[in-house]
Ligand binder design. Structure first.
Ligand code: NAD
Ligand code: WQD
Length: 351
């Protein structure tokens, strides 16, 4: 069974490729390497023993997408990860985000419809819920979609609408949107992990780079929120648990177990942790002290959100298994392995 993984050299795509290969799927990756490195392919091979097929091109290029699907008649399903994802950049360059994230999706759907590829798993995000009303926490798939806080978030909302409309119109198409909460951590081998370009915008890579001495200290963005310790709460999920959720979604589609031709699942643990919880877990699980300072709030931050994963647990037959300490431990093991040159990735001082 061959699966197309778009964005497969990126953070979530590369870990999912490992899991797919280990479950016996053949994977072909398409990635333009906008935000990832080609060494990810060797890293995947070093874990699974098999280097996935790979083509490098921009999925926003309609002709190239059509040509790709024409040449690969054996693809049984698509997991579409490829997208730009930096919230701040999307505010400064909204058209870059709308163009890339939406054109890529529409090109893929068009070609799937044309060449008879039926099954699509789409990377959506808890960002579609915005700031949940307190009575809606933990948040279920039935909660209202709020106006997006940024153009990036809006691309996920519009993408979900494009999927619904396409599924209605094109009878051969099925889609599952997975709404991820906050993926963190790395593969247990420490051969693969999160490798952001430049200064990390997200918490966990900032934590590990600070612990390694790349950054002088972590800035904790506000401790005066309405939460038990004053710092914001998120549902952090181990990257390998998230990878497994994709395999379950692919299986569900290929085995004809979908209840409707378009389905949505939350992919979170169901437990919320604060920024200070993350720091404590990192220090506890790794025996490392982290330098941090409380600074002002970051504009646009949600105060608290965590998933109600009941429907996903029951329907998808998937449940997060790893603990917060597993997440912070694997993230640190990966950071050290990368910095010490023990991985397939060349060390980049700016990275
Ligand atoms: P990532 O940046 O590590 O991976 C995305 C990959 O897509 C990159 O390798 C990039 O080069 C590629 N790409 C982007 N546009 C492309 C295009 N037009 N053509 C070909 N390749 C292209 O990001 P990630 O964290 O692995 O995220 C994967 C998906 O999950 C994205 O859709 C993202 O929006 C979504 N998501 C991520 C998070 C998160 O916190 N990481 C949370 C929720 C949803
Ligand atoms: C987590 C917490 C920060 C960095 C973003 C996107 C969202 C989704 C996931 C894709 C917050 C705090 C962070 C730092 C800090 N992505 N923090 N110091 O904001 O939940 O979500 O990634 O869909 O769309 O917005 O994740 O990792 O940036 O922040 O104190 O240096 O860590 O304030 O409370 P976030 P994050």
């Amino acid at each position: 069974m061959k699966i197309l993984v778009t964005g497969g050299t990126g953070y979530i795509g590369s870990h999912t490729t490992v899991e797919l290969q280990q479950q016996g799927y053949d994977v072909i990756i398409v990635d333009a390497l906008f935000n990832s490195r080609v060494e990810a392919l060797d890293a995947i091979a070093s874990i699974t023993g098999k280097k996935p097929e790979f083509e490098q091109f921009d999925l926003a290029d309609r002709q190239k997408v059509d040509d790709f699907f024409r040449r690969h008649g054996d693809i049984k399903g698509v997991i579409h990860f490829a997208a730009h994802k930096a919230v701040g950049e999307s505010v400064e360059q909204p058209l870059k985000y709308y163009r890339n994230n939406l054109d890529s999706l529409m090109n893929i759907l068009e070609s799937m419809n044309k060449y008879g590829v039926e099954n699509l798993v789409f990377s959506s995000s808890c960002t579609v819920y915005g700031e949940p009303d307190p009575e809606n926490l933990p948040i279920s798939e039935k909660a209202p979609i709020k106006k997006a806080e940024c153009p990036y978030g809006n691309t996920k909302q519009i993408a979900e609408e494009i999927l619904q409309d396409s599924i209605m119109a094109y009878k051969g198409l099925n889609a599952i949107a997975l709404r991820y909460f906050n993926p963190v951590g790395a593969h247990e081998s420490a051969k693969l992990g999160e490798l952001p370009f430049g200064v990390p915008a997200n918490l966990m890579p900032y934590v590990t780079q600070t612990a390694y001495g790349i950054r002088p200290f972590l800035r904790v963005f506000g401790d005066d929120y309405d939460t038990p310790d004053g710092t914001p709460i998120r549902d952090y999920i181990h990257i390998m648990d998230l990878a497994k959720a994709h395999v379950k979604a692919v299986e569900r589609m290929l085995q004809g177990k979908m209840k409707a031709r378009y389905e949505v699942f939350n992919v979170g643990t169901g437990t919320g942790y604060s920024v200070l919880d993350i720091i404590k877990s990192f220090e506890r699980s790794n025996g490392v002290k982290l330098k941090y300072e409380i600074v002002g709030r970051r504009a646009g931050d949600i105060v608290k959100i965590w998933a109600d994963p009941t429907y996903t647990n029951k329907e998808l037959g998937w449940k997060a298994e790893r603990t917060l300490d597993d997440m912070t431990r694997s993230a640190w093991e990966w950071e050290k392995a990368y910095r010490e040159g023990k991985t397939c990735f060349k060390i980049d001082e700016n990275n």
